[in-house]
Design a protein around this ligand. Structure first.
Ligand code: FAD
Length: 462
């Protein structure tokens, strides 16, 4: 049995783990990273990147299809657009492959030792890895658990046959004629909209009364409108009960219904990957199903940190990366704590939704007196010239000091505003700072400036 002794062992090479290992390597920490499947983790291989590739392809196809038969007000007409999903998936796989090699290259450049195989804990500082060449034992002074999350399976609809998770949805060989999406959160809607644009007849079944229940209704409204335009049927307040022959049985507020479907995409959440690899035996403190961590991402065991999805919400790649970078610096002896004011979140639906900091309701619940400014994109020149006037930017600020507490937006392309919003909150910007910043014209970002002006009582374009 081969044995490696190192200063830092990172388990899992998703965005949390690989960033942690790269930064530790850059700082001269003797680092080993173990990965069971593929470097880049969920995000790069079966999450953020492939889903955004598919969403883009679907958008392009829908744009062209919309122009077919001279329906486009732009005066463009095309004939008979076709989509070959196998080629789309191959293109997506090519991007994933390039990024995957890039991550491996960056790890090597930072002198991180990469071990391929599944790690199993022997004790808090030792793991065993079954590699292609035999069992490898790795002992470390500090361990970082970065094993991420996996899709939740419904007992009534186990994965297999027509029932698929987001992973299989990203590599289908053909566009399903009838697709039912069970779970109207961001993953289900992003993929559901993409398949609707590619030609599937899509039904979304959501248990709560509203799609995207984590957002306020005003933000979700433009997405619901677009779903209607795309012919997506939405059944809220409904639960999937299981397969009945060739159909999916759902229970709605009006009784039972059977839905015909070629594929049933179940996106009802993700759970931390804690089982089956000796983690349970370490008996680390939990926060629900997730590992409990402090502001330095330390678990309840000395020298064992945890980062990313395994530590809970928000389960987002950029949070995992920020935690990974911080932990690497702590291991290298730097003084760091988690004092982020905000983690922006983007929902890549059509239109997109961005949130950073508090919504009006959240700010009020925190006890703040607030002022709110909202600017609609139908008063924005750039939005008009790109045929995408739905949505708005909303700024929430303290009523006494005008300190910005939160920013939300829904609209085409607003994902690119997410970092501007986060920067404003991180830098402690006030409404006056945003109002006084000259925003380039014509851009959608002017909506942010106008929303701040509106909150101050003197918007210029509404
Ligand atoms: P993961 O990325 O899950 O990586 C964990 C790694 O650990 C995996 O590679 C796994 O193989 C490995 N591993 C597990 N157990 C072991 C073991 N015992 N030994 C060795 N290796 C092990 N987030 C965003 O911010 N933006 C998005 O647009 C976005 N879109 C998404 C779309 C989809 C369809 C999905 C499913 C997720 C999306 N996410 C998005 C979420 C994002 O992918 C996760 O938040 C992120 O990947 C979490 O990173 P992580 O490092 O914690 O874990």
């Amino acid at each position: 049995m081969k044995e490696i002794v190192c200063k830092l062992l990172v388990i899992g090479a998703g965005p949390g783990g690989y960033i942690c290992a790269i930064r530790a390597g850059q700082l001269g920490v003797d680092t080993v990273i173990v990965e069971a499947v593929k470097a880049g983790g969920t995000c790069l291989n079966i999450g953020c990147i492939p889903s955004k590739a598919l969403i883009h392809a679907a958008e392009e196809f829908e744009k062209v299809s919309h122009m077919a038969g001279a329906k486009s007000p732009l005066g463009i007409s095309v004939e008979g657009p076709k989509l070959d999903l196998t080629k789309t998936v191959a293109w997506k796989d090519g991007i994933v492959g390039r990024l995957n090699s890039g991550v491996l290259g960056l790890l090597r450049k930072a002198k991180v030792k990469i071990v391929h195989g599944r790690a199993t804990f022997r004790d808090g500082k030792t793991v065993e890895v079954e590699t292609e060449t035999g069992t490898q034992v790795i002992r470390a002074e500090t361990v970082v658990i970065a094993t991420g999350s996996e899709p939740v399976e419904l007992p009534s609809l186990p994965f297999g046959g027509p029932v698929i998770s987001s992973t299989e949805a990203l590599s289908l060989k053909a566009v399903p004629q009838k697709l039912v999406v069970v779970g109207g959160g961001y993953i289900g809607l992003e993929l559901g909209i993409a398949f609707a644009k590619m030609g599937s007849a899509v039904t979304v079944v959501e248990a709560t009364p509203q799609l995207l229940p984590q957002y306020d209704a005003e933000l979700v409204k433009p997405v619901v409108k677009r779903l209607g335009e795309l012919g997506v049927r939405v059944v809220t307040g409904a639960k999937a009960r299981g397969l009945s022959g060739e159909t999916l049985l759902i229970e709605t507020t009006e009784g039972e219904e059977r839905l015909a479907a070629d594929k049933i995409l179940v996106t009802v959440g993700r759970k931390p990957r804690t089982e089956g690899w000796g983690l349970d035996e370490l008996d680390l403190d939990r926060a629900g199903k997730f590992l409990r961590i402090d502001e330095r991402c330390r678990t309840s065991m000395r020298g064992v940190h945890a980062i990313g999805d395994i530590t809970g919400e928000p389960m987002l790649a950029h949070r995992a990366m920020a935690q990974g970078e911080m932990v690497a610096e702590i291991v290298a002896g730097k003084k760091r704590t988690w004092d982020k004011r905000c983690i922006p979140a983007v929902c890549f639906t059509d239109p997109e939704i961005v949130t950073a900091g508090f919504s009006p309701d959240e700010a009020r619940a925190q006890g703040f007196e607030i002022r709110v400014g909202q600017f609609p994109f139908n008063a924005n020149g750039r939005a008009m010239t790109t045929l995408s006037e739905d949505g708005f930017v909303r700024v929430v600020a303290r009523a006494d000091t005008n300190l910005i507490l939160g920013i939300q937006a829904v609209g085409a392309g607003v994902s690119e505003l997410s970092s501007t919003f986060a920067l404003a909150i991180e830098m402690g910007a006030r409404l006056e700072d945003v109002a006084a910043t000259i925003h380039a014209h014509p851009t959608r970002s002017e909506g942010f400036q106008e929303a701040a002006l509106k909150a101050l009582g003197h918007a210029l374009h509404i």
